[in-house]
Design a protein around this ligand. Sequence first.
Ligand SMILES: NC(=O)c1ccc[n+]([C@@H]2O[C@H](COP(=O)([O-])OP(=O)(O)OC[C@H]3O[C@@H](n4cnc5c(N)ncnc54)[C@H](OP(=O)(O)O)[C@@H]3O)[C@@H](O)[C@H]2O)c1
Length: 437
Amino acid sequence: MRRVPDVTAAPIRVAVLGCGTVGAAVVGALCDPAASAALAGAIGAPIELVGIAVAHADRPRPGIPSSLLVADARALIDSGPDVIVELIGPIPETLELLHAAIDQGASVVTANKALLATHLAALTSRAASRGVDLYYEAAVAGAIPIVRVLRTSLAGQHLTRVLGIVNGTTNFILTTMERERRDYEDVLAEAIARGFAEADPSADVDGHDAAQKAALLASIAFDRVVLDSDVAREGIAKVTAADLDAAGRMGFVVRLLAVAERLGPEAISVRVHPAMVPKDHPLAAVDGAANAVFVEAASGPVMLQGAGAGGSPTASAVLGDLVAAGRNRVARTCEHAPSLDGACRLVELGETTSAFYLALEVLDQPGVLAAVATVFGSNGVSIESMEQIGRAADARLVFLTHPATEAQMAATALQLDKLEAVTALGALLRVVDGPSR
Ligand SMILES: NC(=O)c1ccc[n+]([C@@H]2O[C@H](COP(=O)([O-])OP(=O)(O)OC[C@H]3O[C@@H](n4cnc5c(N)ncnc54)[C@H](OP(=O)(O)O)[C@@H]3O)[C@@H](O)[C@H]2O)c1
């Protein structure tokens, strides 16, 4: 509901730490009269931007009031703003700055997934004990308001699984490979050239970024501390255009998924890996650098989709959090913090079950198939379908299995790798909602 801003209400004093890709978009909105009036209307009080801390305060920044730029973030915090918006990123001092802000009685809005994926519990309890807000919508999926949906809108629901396409770079790479039948290295080079991937793309393609977001999604969905180091993680580098073709013929697309799943009343699994998603699943239609989160609840599935990164989309989530924190200041309250004290066990990857896709490069000679099938059988993994692609030096076998545990499949892959007839192990993909599930 839009409130009529009370012009006599004390302004909400806001300090922004960091004025890079996201910070500049946030400051731009706060300095724009129409956007700032809309925010004041949503909060019920005007916003006063009291300072912007940056590393290089003397650097010219078009559109940013130079009088507000300061080099000392700590001094800005100590000046006593109502809300600190932290958009610096994971430098070692950031945690200390957020502790200082909370201790000063400021509410905190941050987009810092790397920090939260390790320190969410400590920051949450510190904020709760000081009676201030800690909001971090922008840390999970850019413009998509999934944190608020999980924390508030679906709070009365028994959540069973959250599946997220939470890394735009890998989704761009996989969907471009699939559509244009191009190889991983080729599309990765294009992604770097077009600015969709960093020059060092490992945080994205190896799944680290998605693992931080998976940890946050799981912590919020299951009210239990999950650290990024708890998340089983595999990247997309082994996926080939041939795998995407074979997956397509089997009725699937391949996406890097963050999976947070309840495996029983007291157990959850949290993992990131490339997965086979049925073509008729809503996540299969998420193309390019878009993000999406698919939540399975007792009430049925809910999916949110949108831009997962970039200055303006990420600023949208930051500003939403700023409105929430501002409203609470006006009402002299703060949001009830999640307890994060859930006792459910975090299941090891080896205990989880799914159907699998496995690609093998093999010698094109008699007896290979029998030897390979024996390895599957001796590990209790039953084969749903098999396809041979190519001949001679290019011969590849691709298998789709019935559900098996990760431990069974890992043992199978290990033994297959030792067979003389197997020249290379290709991609091992988990099947989401496969034909036999
Ligand atoms: N970019 C995205 O699309 C995106 C999406 C979701 C979440 N996030 C998160 O948002 C945060 C900011 O990301 P970004 O891409 O905007 O980063 P960025 O472009 O690298 O900007 C970082 C800003 O922090 C400032 N800074 C660095 N050290 C500082 C210090 N000690 N004191 C004060 N300021 C300092 C820098 O100052 P100078 O300008 O002077 O160098 C710069 O303005 C990160 O936590 C990131 O994970 C980003």
